[in-house]
Design a protein. Structure first.
Length: 270
């Protein structure tokens, strides 16, 4: 691998640009998404979300497959930018970087972009504040075969590098839509999909609902739960039994439980 053009100065304009992209306003202005890590970049490439630039540091590689991934980026048209360890540490988000950081176009899906099958399974997340929770929900949604994730009235940036990281690249494996609650409610109504809201304020166990029909599972922020809007527009409200002293689950954990009940029912019915 040719290191003759290796970036060795933290004052290099391209390095300073990446540092600026830590700010959401700068990312949004440029329409750029940061992808850091081997698995994350691999999933982006596998799903044809191609980077425009790739910074790498061979000293920090943790395996032997990175050169092949770099070649894929090069073939896809990305600018390939080798760096020394000190420079890469400057641009890395992670405490223990893996030596790969790419810039790619941001993800922007709309409700009209969704092409859903018959009886789809959709996850809707309202007012999610923490990128880590959103990323973890994307992992669960991907594993459960969810057809789309819709983020309503979001409090966090879908294109946040920590969403990419927490999702381990599953941000690129399924459509993730950002929309208002009103837009989503209208969209669901036109498709005759049932909306199942997770809340502790009901007596109905989550296992008592039929998830084999077209279903949108709705979860809200841990601190305040779902808004009155969704509590009024949901066709069903369900609770996850809490046997200990804690009165709520992490929102990503709750979403996973509900999604896998839907998976269980659909596998049984097939």
């Amino acid at each position: 691998m040719n290191h003759s053009s290796q970036i060795t100065s933290q004052q290099n304009p391209k390095i300073k640009r990446v540092v600026k992209l830590r700010k959401r306003s700068c990312r949004d202005e440029e329409g750029v998404l940061i992808i850091e890590g081997y698995r994350e970049l691999k999933r982006a490439l596998e799903n044809k979300h191609f980077p425009t630039a790739l910074f790498y540091c061979a000293e920090l590689f943790q395996g032997t497959n990175e050169p092949a991934l770099i070649d894929q980026c090069r073939i896809a048209g990305a600018e390939i930018l080798p760096c020394n360890a000190a420079v890469f540490q400057k641009i890395a988000y992670r405490d223990r970087p893996e030596g790969l950081l790419a810039l790619a176009p941001q993800i922007h899906y709309s409700l009209n972009d969704l092409a859903l099958p018959e009886n789809p399974l959709v996850l809707i997340a309202e007012h999610i504040e923490k990128p880590g929770n959103l990323g973890t929900m994307l992992r669960s949604a991907d594993a459960a075969g969810v057809h789309a994730v819709i983020v309503c009235d979001r409090c966090t940036d879908i294109n946040n590098p920590n969403v990419v990281r927490a999702s381990i690249g599953t941000l690129f494996t399924l459509p993730v839509v950002d929309a208002t609650s009103e837009e989503v409610s209208t969209w669901l109504g036109k498709r005759n999909m049932q909306v199942v809201a997770a809340t502790p304020h009901t007596k109905t166990p989550y296992t008592d609902i039929d998830y084999t029909r077209g279903t949108a599972i709705l979860v809200g922020a841990e601190q305040f739960g779902l808004s009155d809007f969704w509590m009024q527009h949901a066709q069903a409200q369900v609770r996850i039994p809490m046997r200990g002293q804690c009165d709520s689950l992490n929102v990503a954990a709750a979403a996973t439980i509900l999604l896998y009940e839907a998976v269980r029912q659909r596998m049984t019915a097939s």
